[in-house]
Design a protein around this ligand. Sequence first.
Ligand code: SF4
Ligand code: SF4
Length: 419
Amino acid sequence: MDTGQCVHCGLCLSVCPTYQETGLEAESPRGRVFLLEHVRENPASLNASAMKALDDCLDCRACESVCPSHVATGHLVEQWRAESAVRLQEEGPEAMRLFRRVSRPLTFFLGSPRGLKWFQRLARLSQKPLVGRWVTRLRFVPPAAEGLVRGLPAQIPRTLSRVRRPRNHPPGARRVMLFVGCIMDTVYADTNQHTQDLIEMGGVGVVIPEEQRCCGALHMHGGAPEVTKRWAQENIAAFEASGAEAVVVNAAGCGAMLKEYAELFDPEDAWYERAKRFQSAVVDATVFLADLSLPEIPPTERAVTVHDPCHLAHAQGIRQEPRRLLRQAGYVIHEMPDSDRCCGSAGIYNLTHPEMAQRLLERKVEDIPRDVEWVAAANPGCLMHIQSGLAQQPQLPPAVHPLDLIWQAYHRAGLITND
Ligand code: SF4
Ligand code: SF4
C-alpha cells in the first residue's frame, strides 16, 4: 500500500465527500496523495494549509472502493495522523487540538467497565432537558456534542451488555465471542442483546468476556495509536481465553478496526502473529447471521431504507448481507441514492469538524425516501449522527440498527422470546 501507485486518473474525485463539498483539489483523494508524497520527501513543507487538507479527510475510504490502483488514501491519511500526532496536537488545526482536550476523559470512559458505567450514566442524564444542558457544557465536552445528544436513543439501558449472563449452550455447540464495543455496550446495549438472541436462534452459543475493551478506533482516528495498541492486546487476550471460534461484531467502525489489528504491531513483535490470528477470526454480525440460514418471514409492506456505513461498505466490502437479512425478516427495502456516501459522523469527525459534518448530514437526510418507516444503519456513530438530523423533523423516520429491526420481526413472529 503506497502513494506511489497513484496514476492521477482522478476516478476517486467523484466519490470523495470533501471534494464534492468544496471542489478543491487539495480536499480530494488525489490531492491528499500528492500532499502525503510531498510531505514524506520534504517534511518541512508541512504547513498549516497542508495539515488542514489532510486533517479534513473523513477516513471514509470511499476513494479506496473505486481506485483502480488500490491506493488506500483514507488509510494512509490515518497512518500519517497517528505518526504526526504530537505535532498535530500542538500546531495542527483546531480539530486536532480538540482531540487532545477530550482524549483523557475519553480514555477513562471507554477504557474499562467502570468508565463505561459512568459514560452510560452521563448519557442517561443528558436526556433530561435541564441536566442535558449541564452535561453538554462540561469543560471537556466539545460544543458539537449537543447534536449527538439529540441523536441518542429514547431509552438508554441501565446496565452494560457485557454483564449479561450467558445462556447455557448444548455441549459441543459452536461458540462465538460477541464483541460488545463501548458505545454499543452502553447506549445500544439492547442491540447487543438482540444480536446475541439472533445468533442463539441460529443454534450458536455466545460468550461475552467482561475483560474485552473498546476497539480503539476513536483513538486511532484522533492520533493516539498507543491507546489503541494497549486495548488491542487486551481484546486479543480476551478472545484467546474465551475458546470461541470467531469474534462477532455488530458495529461497522469497530469491525474495520479489529480487522486491522496486526498493523499496530511490528512483524518482529510476538503480538503480531496473535493479532493476525485474531483479525482473521473477526466477522461482521450480518455476515455471520446471513450464513446461519435464519427462518424466512413472509414479506410485509413495512419499508426500510439502508444507509451503508463507510466502514462496512468501503472498508469491509459488506453491502448485501444487511439487506438480505432484512428481506428474510419480511421487510421491503426502498433504496436511497448514494447510500454509501459518508453521513459526516466518521468517528469523532462530527465533533472535530462540525461544519463539514453538518453539510454531509443535511445531504444524507435529503436523500432519505419519505415513504419508509426506518433508516437502518449498522454503526453507532452513523445512528446517532443521522438521528440528530432526523430528530429535527418529526415527520421523518427514526434511525435504527438493522439487527434491531430483524430481532423485532422474529419477536413479533414468536420465534424469539424475552426470557
Ligand atoms: S483513483 Fe487512485 S490512482 Fe486514480 S487519482 Fe485517485 S488515488 Fe490516484
Ligand atoms: S477517505 Fe473519504 S474523505 Fe478521505 S480522501 Fe478518501 S473519499 Fe475523500
